[in-house]
Design a protein around this ligand. Structure first.
Ligand code: SAM
Ligand code: SF4
Length: 463
């Protein structure tokens, strides 16, 4: 029986833990940071303690610990992706979103399959290999089949013999049957953000449409996993409610998935509310999260769930994105547009929210490489079936580094050869050489071989 109730999000236990642990002594914070270095994750109580670490030296220690854990598990790699908005039609009334049904200030559009292909080609031309397909909750006459057709269209699109190799999907909660159909289309991760786990707030901000049903949404990851989609991404829209509460509730959600399916989420997203056309709330979030608290959120998550990817979108500014790489972020989007058709045609007004980072992909890649991070376009794990539990098992002993490190370098080399500007090519190739010379043993041999194969004209090589 799949769980259809949200009782695993337990308000009472969250408020008790926050009352008892979120004003910690310095020694308590130290103990939790020491425990975190074992990289076995943290309890809800530990997370509450860290939310109460407010002294500048404690915060610095938290950030340093997050940086060390990120380096140990992920190395310097940063996975790249771009969102592809296929429709901004929506039957829901989420008060923070420009796509909400009653908002008359945006132009509505649902891309047809030809348009989906053209948008995809525009992304391939930028060098992308991973796409996150996004939609409002109202599909043209084909209904849910529209989403399935769109996933297929993305995979079918090609430019210069290149194509998108992994399609992740962020759409409204589906039934078990629909999830099975989605899995058949060979999607990578299914993503869904609860927005807020706080029931009262959830009710206040979702005032129309199917999204009003909290339980249906919070159990969507259960149905996805039940349907065989191993990689599920979850998240919170920060700004709707107290971030301390949200972090603990997110932990309860993770624990529930681990308990039932033996594996937690593949990724966690941390969208922070941004201004959106036609939404007063989006410009004045009820619980604004300061920049410092936002960084704390990322660092705490890195410690709490060390093997789960953390995604940072272009909602955030260039500088905030840079700052959070060292705190635990493992995936970033680049060159994004949030209006359907936005890669072919500029229309900021009809986007879902305002972007904080407007730079084109090549510039982001150059910046990331200049900071010493290796942009990765690898999609190897998912194509080799290393998903869900298998991925986690491999990640835990650090073996992921032996694969992901070399794969990141070969996929970056492929990007540089085919899509980079001369300046980015120069910075990127220097970084690749420097990175390989810093490796030893098997990872060094693998990396050298894979990069050589790419330079000899092979594409899509991974181990
Ligand atoms: N419509 C589907 C849904 O709501 O689940 C698909 C995803 S929606 C297009 C993508 C995400 O954008 C939402 O889950 C929400 O967290 C985020 N979002 C909405 N309005 C936002 C805003 N003003 N600022 C930042 N993120 C926002
Ligand atoms: Fe629609 Fe999703 Fe925006 Fe809500 S967040 S209005 S469901 S697109």
């Amino acid at each position: 029986m799949i769980n259809t109730k949200s009782d695993f999000i337990n308000d009472q236990s969250i408020s008790e833990i926050l009352t008892n642990y979120s004003k910690p002594e310095a020694a308590q914070v130290k103990d939790v940071l020491t425990k975190a270095r074992e990289m076995k994750g943290l309890s809800l109580e530990d997370v509450a303690v860290l939310t109460g670490a407010n002294d500048p030296s404690q915060i610095q220690e938290l950030f340093d610990t997050a940086n060390d854990i990120k380096d140990t598990i992920y190395g310097k790699r940063l996975v790249m992706f771009a969102p592809l908005y296929i429709t901004n039609l929506c039957a829901n009334e989420c008060t923070y979103c420009a796509f909400r049904a009653k908002n008359k200030a945006i132009v509505r559009k649902a891309l047809n399959q030809e348009e989906v292909k053209r948008e995809t080609e525009a992304l391939i031309k930028q060098g992308h290999k991973r796409v996150l397909l996004v939609a409002g909750e109202s599909y043209p006459k084909q209904g849910f089949q529209y989403v399935l057709d769109s996933v297929r269209a993305v995979y079918e699109a090609s430019y210069n013999n290149d194509n998108i190799r992994r399609v992740n999907v962020n759409v409204a909660p589906l039934t078990l049957e629909e999830f099975k159909l989605l899995k058949n289309e060979k999607i990578g991760t299914y993503q869904i953000f609860q927005e807020t786990y706080h029931r009262e707030t959830y009710k206040k901000v979702h005032i129309g449409g199917k999204k009003m049903d909290y339980d249906w949404r919070v159990t969507a990851p259960h149905r996805a996993m039940e349907a065989g989609i191993d990689d599920v991404g979850i998240g919170v829209l920060f700004g709707l409610y107290d971030y301390r509460y949200e972090l603990l509730a997110l932990m309860q959600h993770i624990q529930e998935l681990e308990r039932v399916y033996g594996v937690g989420p593949h990724t966690i997203s941390v969208p922070r509310m941004e201004p959106a056309t036609g939404s007063d709330m989006a410009s004045q979030p009820p619980f604004p999260v300061s920049d410092l608290d936002f960084k704390k959120i990322v660092a705490i998550l890195r410690l709490a769930v060390p093997y789960t990817g953390i995604i940072m979108s272009t909602r955030e500014s260039e500088q905030m994105r840079r700052d959070t790489f060292a705190l635990g972020v493992s995936q970033i989007s680049a060159g994004s547009r949030t209006n359907p058709g936005g890669y072919e045609e500029e229309d900021e007004i009809s986007g879902q929210f305002s972007l904080g980072d407007h730079r084109p992909m090549d510039e982001v890649i150059r910046d990331v490489a200049q900071m010493g991070y290796v942009p990765s376009f690898c999609t190897g794990c998912y194509r080799l079936g290393r998903t869900g539990q298998d991925f986690m098992d491999m990640a835990k002993p650090g073996a992921i580094k032996a694969h992901c490190g070399p794969n990141a370098l070969s996929s970056f080399m492929e990007y540089l050869n085919n899509y980079a500007s001369p300046e980015t090519f120069k910075i990127g190739t220097e970084l690749i050489e420097k990175t390989i010379s810093g490796l030893e043993g098997v990872p060094a041999d693998r990396a050298r071989k894979l990069v050589d194969r790419v330079n000899n004209g092979h594409s899509d090589v991974y181990c």
